[in-house]
Design a binder for this molecule. Structure first.
Ligand code: AMP
Ligand code: MG
Length: 487
């Protein structure tokens, strides 16, 4: 285990120079204090979890202190926001403090979000509020625990610094970890500003550091793009299978590594609703739950456009064509597993669609349905779940088809069904109202609920004693929380 001053830095992105990022120092928060830390994320840096409780930890991640080897930089990028190109984005409130590598040789970007103004802040104050920092922290670690690729979160540091949103709130910082913070929007920036040399430098950097296996391919950049398409198809399949709604799938929020990235007004579905829009500011529903699938492709085409200097249009189009079939295959595979099936049949897609339609019509809780389906032998579970559906006859017809399908499922064994299904169907997810409860307590200085919720969500598939209240449908007040971009 390492102490805080034993981190080893190797700032590869900073070395690309001033065309790519600007040196900026973090602006300290007043009276920094630890809100919550993730032991699992600390382990990625070989850090002893006990150091989170030391004052220097809050000082480092609250912007007061810096390692001598850190080189804090604000990265420049652009991107398509809600379908329109915005030429000037960049780290407006976050800083890449540096890149650290651990004993296993893995590199991790340390990114401090809420660290004050930068040349890319535009009209913003460079700050993040406690509420959104807690949400990003909990979601990053919860997604990871569900097996969904995501940036990670080391800690949230709270403060007494006032920050104005719709009302006065308190500033906070979240320390984010990822193998890279390069977004689709980085490539778009150099493409649209017509800087081919820098764009080539960026592409070479990404290829060498993040897609080294593609270097061996006859067309390395094309192989890299293909990998980005594949990873995003898989990522979005996981979002859809587990009911995660990102909320702001702008191309500047899309990671080149295919991880969930830049959390804002995200949500996990409570009741299944294909048309759910979690971002209160998304009036058109561009980023509704079911639209995430075509938007994934739209975003990849925006990246493809930026890669036209390196790859032929025909090859880009052909590779983009892989997205939907790949998505579909991953999604169906996950849904089969969620239904406890171990084999594939042609009609499975239809079986899943029929179920979702029934759930939609009856506002059935998406997470608990699958969990309960695995609690008991299929016939018993179905008989119990039936009560949740308004269209009981419709559900009975589906249940008959499902039972017949289960009976045909090869090596099906009843006694293994429960363990197999519970291993893929979480009991605990980050419901908006659970996050809200933790935030309300934290805003009055009590961090115990954030910490407890974080602990529960670390093991989403394991039933935990005394934690029943985290596995319930939301109360009425918790169903319609309005989450906007202002964070
Ligand atoms: P987001 O919607 O959080 O992904 O942010 C979009 C853009 O706005 C990025 O360039 C952010 O850095 C910037 N931004 C968001 N909030 C702030 C803020 N409070 N101060 C400065 N820039 C911000
Ligand atoms: Mg962003």
């Amino acid at each position: 285990m390492k102490a805080l001053d034993e981190l080893t830095f190797d700032n590869r992105f900073a070395r690309l120079g001033d065309a790519f990022s600007t040196h900026v120092l973090p602006e300290p928060l007043d009276e920094p204090r630890l809100v919550v830390a993730s032991d699992a994320a600390m382990a990625l840096l070989d850090l002893d979890p006990a150091v989170a409780e030391t004052p220097v930890f809050a000082e480092l991640f609250g912007g007061h202190k810096l390692w001598a080897e850190a080189e804090p930089r604000a990265m420049v990028y652009s991107g398509h926001q809600f379908g329109s190109y915005n030429p000037q984005l960049g780290d407006g409130r976050g800083l890449l403090l540096g890149e650290v590598y651990n004993r296993a040789g893995e590199h991790w970007d340390l990114h401090l979000k809420g660290a004050g103004q930068t040349p890319y802040s535009r009209m913003g104050d460079g700050r993040a509020v406690l509420r959104s920092s807690i949400r990003e922290f909990l979601a990053s670690e919860a997604l990871h625990a569900l097996g969904i690729p995501s940036s990670r979160a080391l800690c949230v540091i709270g403060s007494s610094t006032p920050v104005w949103r719709e009302k006065q709130e308190r500033g906070a910082m979240v320390l984010r970890l990822a193998h890279s913070h390069i977004r689709f929007g980085h490539f778009e920036y150099f493409y649209y500003t017509k800087k081919p040399e820098q764009q080539a430098e960026l592409a070479e950097h990404v290829l060498k550091l993040h897609f080294p296996e593609c270097q061996e391919q006859p067309e390395p950049y094309l192989a890299m793009f293909r990998e980005v398409v594949e990873r995003n198809a898989e990522l979005i399949a996981k979002w859809q299978a587990y009911g995660f709604c990102h909320g702001v799938m702008n191309t500047d929020n899309m990671s080149i590594l295919g991880i969930t990235f830049d959390f804002g007004p995200f949500a996990f579905l409570d009741d299944f609703d294909a048309h759910f829009v979690c971002n209160h500011s998304d009036h058109e529903g561009r980023y509704s739950f079911s639209n995430q699938v075509p938007i994934g492709q739209w975003n990849l085409s925006a990246l493809a456009q930026a890669l036209t200097p390196f790859i032929s249009v025909d090859a880009l189009k052909e590779t983009l064509g892989l997205y939907l079939p790949l998505y579909q295959a991953h999604y169906l595979d996950l849904m089969r597993r969620r239904l406890g099936l171990t084999t594939a049949e042609d009609d499975d897609q239809r079986l899943v669609e029929r179920l979702l339609q029934l759930m939609q019509n009856s506002s059935v809780d998406y997470t608990l349905f699958f969990r309960r389906l695995g609690d008991e032998p299929a016939a018993h579970a179905l008989a119990r779940l039936r009560d949740d559906f308004v269209d009981m006859l419709g559900f009975d017809a589906w249940a008959d088809a499902y039972k017949a399908r289960v009976a045909r499922d090869g090596e099906y064994r009843e006694e293994q069904r429960r363990a197999r299904m519970h291993a893929v169907n979480p009991l605990y997810i980050l419901r908006n109202y659970l996050a809200q409860n933790a935030i309300t307590a934290a805003e009055s200085g009590d961090y115990s609920e954030v910490r407890r919720l974080h602990e529960v969500l670390r093991k989403p598939f394991e039933e935990q004693a005394g934690m029943e209240q985290y596995a319930q449908r939301p109360p009425d007040w918790g169903k319609h929380l309005e989450i906007s971009c202002s964070s």
